[in-house]
Design a protein around this ligand. Sequence first.
Ligand code: ADP
Ligand code: ZN
Ligand code: ZN
Length: 822
Amino acid sequence: MVGDLFAAPAAGFVRVALPVAVDGLFDYAVPAELADGAQPGRRVHVPFDSRQLVGVVVERLERPTAGAAGRLRSIDAVLDSHSVVSPMLIAILREEAARVLCPVGLALAAAMPPGSAPRQLERLALTPRGWSALRSGAATAGARPLLEVLAVGAAGEADLEREAPGSRQLLPVLEKDGLVARERRTAGPRVRPRTRRLLEHAPGLDLEAALAELARAPRQREVLRALAGGALAQRELTRRVPGAVRATAELARRGFLQTREELAPVEGGADFAEEEADVELTAEQAAALVRIEDAIRGRRPDRLLLHGVTGSGKTEVYLRAVAQALAEGRQALVLVPEITLTHQIVARLRARFGDRVSILHSGLRPGERLAQWELLRTGVTPIAVGARSALFAPLEDLGVIVMDEEHEPAYKNEEGFRYHARSLSAQRARAAGCPLVLGSATPSLETREAAARGEIERLVLSHRIGGRPLPVVELVDLERERALAPRGRKLLLSAPLRKALGETLEASAQAILFLNRRGFSTQILCFDCNEVERCKHCDISLVYHATEEQLLCHYCDYRIPPPEVCSACGSSQTGLLGVGTERLVEELRIQFPHARVARLDRDSASRRGVTEAVLADLARGRIDVLVGTQMVAKGHDFAGVRLVGVVNADLSLHFPDFRAAERTFQLLTQVAGRAGRGHLPGRVVIQTYAPEHYAIHPVVEHDYESFYREELAHRRTLGYPPFGHLAHAVVSGPDEAQTASAAQQLADPLRQASVCREGRVELLGPAPSPLARLRGRYRFQLLLKGSAFADVREAARGLQRGSARVPKGVRVTVDLQPIHML
Ligand code: ADP
Ligand code: ZN
Ligand code: ZN
């Protein structure tokens, strides 16, 4: 790009955020012809090193930083005719990126419209030598057709193979001989927003006259009548008038109809919910709503915790808050942890607000996502609902932000820009001047404690709607059950759970069985040497999946057929250990042969639409027992489910994570909340080896507060959040000794730094991570702990600076305020 150095005088300069791991913004010159277009918030194409990147203009500069002027490269193109990342969002993201030590360009890249990444095109072309070989006839007979194709024009490899079959084999040789060369070029984003075609009456159509004229074409008459109420999509039209396609074409040809393109709204959702009539709020709901509406009207960025037991009507309060924001002429953002698992809330939003809702989530195709984005940006849809990335939606005048199930770990982004949706939405709320409503039956310790300190206001919904009782929860002590059971008998389903299941099926009601472990068995154990089969790349045991007859690694998807003999000692005395959802389904088929059993976990739901289909079947009573992992724990509201069984409550309790108890309590309360949402009381049976544990016992009385007090005391003693701040660093590399020493060399200087010497930050480790090896990489962790966030951040920044010096191949990730620490 030498040419840039001597380019025509620049018409100005811009500062651009680029999606690269270097912290900082980059200045570019603006050529005169792009001077009008290069505005803040728009995307630009720029050269960077030897690459082309798409970035966002952050600001215009009067003049570049001193001394840089002559050396600046120029932007190549402006991709947008309007701002796609608002100044407000740019400011928030810059601040948050700095706070969590993320390169600012990566943070801004998160807010770019879907499908912004540039495409790299690679084309093959003749070199001067190639041309002369073609002209002189020196090319071999085999190569000739290929060169002839390229003489017409440069082509991609696939096109070339099509026009000159066999070229793929020849290319390496011709490239080596210098007859053919590769050109790399960057093209703009390929994604176009998805649109749909609408049909409507032609302008100025006189319907009566037209119908008279079409007296002998009944189908065409029907089509015109169907469109009398307004424009319809072709699909909808064909649904109403079977065989409309031909008639439509004919009508268009004759000038009775016209077509119009519009951004495609997301389909589905609404069929799930029947819209309840204008219900009267309970006193608690009304009180909470008054508080929220007051903040909306006053444009105050209050943070409000809507703490309501499952089924207490939180969603109804959200819907009213959204309606209020709309009534004020503003927009609303509703965040959910995971869209497929929170179908209910989406469906209810759609049922109440219809086409005014846009849905944003990663399950959509890029074009569909972009259409939703555009609908929001242009104000056609004032409501956005989506997973954490919906935070970046182009909503300029927010009246309320709702964050449902605020305690869910899914709100933390674990890659690149490691933001937590809770803090980012608080910032958006502050910038927009609107309240943030955090809803949960089991708030995170951080949120609940902030409420105790008065930083957040807590609004309580203490009863289920309609005086429905909370389900009766029964703990089954597996230790005792085991002692009672006949020797050697496997305790998948204890006697009390079997009995409860039997009674539920007898009463033609439905049950959900929760087991947070997919697969058939957890492990294959050797009875001679006591080894379990492990993944070759990860320090983790393989899980047997019966349907595929494979051993699978749940981290890297490594799969092998189950070995005949132990791979450690060669013994043939091996057996299956532990149970997963697959195995549970099989057990149920044996014990309850007449029950219709289905399974929902990440294996069964790997295909698009499966989750929705299974949940719809459950809702329609086509399933008697649904077995599932935590995918069944959330947001569903099925009136027919009377029994919830938890097969092993202790699975999450023994996780090497200080939040293990909190997660266990939340998960159990969530699943328990699935029972008895209809008119009949629900029942919950929880199997555990630790019935007295403070994270399990309070589930019986639905006693969040007692769990909270106990857990808070633990956190205080250990200086964990909310009483302290953490940073977690993982050092990983292909060589164990090298990685260990790199981790040590990161830690040593930090120990000497003043934050650590003065005891403001405690540095733990390096130690092998709980997941000591993952995808072939050894992993060591460092944990920073301190009572002031600024101190922890400073120490973490020290680690980050040090990571520039680790050997090649070793990677360091630093996570401030971590949620997962594996
Ligand atoms: P949550 O979100 O707290 O789990 P929901 O908002 O889903 O609770 O409410 C549970 C059920 O009660 C839903 O079917 C909802 O339609 C209904 N509901 C909510 N509020 C009222 C009300 N004030 N009167 C009657 N029914 C209500
Ligand atoms: Zn693996
Ligand atoms: Zn063995």
